[in-house]
Design a protein around this ligand. Sequence first.
Ligand code: M6R
Length: 606
Amino acid sequence: MCGIIARVGDSDDAVDELLTGLENLEYRGYDSAGLAVKNGGGPNVFKREGEISRLKTALDDETPSGGLGIGHTRWSTHGPPTDENAHPHTGCGDRVAVVHNGIIENHDPLREELRARGHVFDSDTDTEVIPHLVEEHLAEGATAEEAFRRTVRRLSGSYAVAMLVEDSDAVYATRRGSPLVLGVDEGEYFLASDVPAFLDFTDDVVYLDDGDVVVAEPGGHVITDLEGNVVDRTVQTVEWDPEDAGKGGYDHYMLKEIHEQPAALRQTLRGRADPATGDVTLDDFPPGTFDDVERVQFVACGTSYHAGLVGSRLLGTRGVPSQAFLASEYATSPPPVDGDTLVVGVTQSGETADTLAALRQAHAAGARTVAVTNVVGSTAARECDDALFIRAGPEIGVAATKTYSSQVVSLALFGERLVRDVTGSRSDDVERLLSGLADLPGQVQQVLDYSKARRVAKQYRDSDAYFFIGRDTVHPVAMEGALKFKEISYEHAEGFAAGELKHGPLALVTPNTPVFAVFNDRDDEKTLGNVKEVEARGAPVVAVAPEGHEEVVQHADEVLTIPDTHPDVTGVPANVQLQLLSYHAADILDRPIDKPRNLAKSVTVE
Ligand code: M6R
């Protein structure tokens, strides 16, 4: 996955605004960066392997001025991270500069064809075919806009592309399958992979559709389809504050986002649940919406899959047949699906390729689809039959934190809507469940205020491996705890169902492998039995448990306490303790927390 940005304006400071945009997009990739600006003549290209700071240093010696520019931050798919493979890419004559996010699937035959006609390539990327094709059409006498359209018609795969051309005062851009939004300000335009890229400059955005072509000049812009017919797209004002998308005084986005959870949860819940009456109000899903649904399948990846597992358990225990699938597996070995199946894609970004593929496959098989996502205007939100927004606000850190909590709460509310429609009656414990949800913002705040996670992280910093166990609704929390720990600390961590420990993993347990045991006030006796098994092998035990569990305290070396609540939502504050544990473990080891190696925020390749 990569991030692209373009800026169109009268003033000559495109470079400053492009660099701000690139820094805001760095979460999408950070192994090379580049930009091109135009001031009358041809595009002036600067690019460097490595983080954006290296590009900035290069620009310190020679800052080009110009009102039009494009920029790119890369996460390698075709070709290693080198200066040559960094974007923007140009054709043979340097008349055209292009940035691209996505994959051009037919780049091999196009490259062969272009080579046969004498084109020389400088990079290993799939992207480079684009400027060479445009260059050819320009040489045939096409205008820049025609050359762009003709080129785009030849591409297959997924792409968001922005282009500068010599002798033209416009930026040309299009998308298919990769995100691209247009930011609109007075006399200025931005195009970017994501809204936070330009939130410092404007909050008026147009979410572009696949096949839209934008031509933006300082005097105005036009959006057309690939054939050139003008299309009407609405300008929407986003509610995100630029401050929300910055670090706000924290050392890392991840820590800021962990601390934003009480506010994010309030937003997720706002106007949706009334514990006194047991009513759940989801505007786009009035009572009866799911009367014809017989089974529910969740598809998701990584952290979102763990939230999907919780959602599935909540439904299953309330009488709605339900399963959660890893989206990548769903696509390769699909379960039976028919018109009575509801497939719910859980995806923070709404752009994860595996999840989109699973949703598309389910849709093609006749299922109804719903996206549970954080991003209005994302591909999942637009392609699914309906969307439920989790309202967590922008999440920049590669490690998902606040969005997991907001996903679980959204799925609990959505689950109650489904239970009523599918079974014909409310959950027996709905008032208690809703009141548990309503208490969560305050309870998460309590965890943030009193957590001992940093001390625990320090104490076990030299361990051989870290194991996480839990059962029922906190089994996914154990899996999520381990995922977060390995993702940002680079230490070996694994999450298991507590009951599975004795079926294999116990062989790995030693006095130097701390075991984090998550309790939820249901079947705790059994988990305690598993704790005793690891205790007998000399492993240190850290319990993540509701207050007042005397027996748990007796068998644990450390306790990360969580407030007492409904067992179905205990996982939310428990997971916050584990987020803090991972954060501090990674901080103590001086890892690049917001940008872990080899990973990107949103994975737009299958
Ligand atoms: O945007 P999505 O929720 O679809 O992303 C899915 C996963 O890539 C994501 O949750 C990933 O596992 C996180 N970086 C883990 O912290």
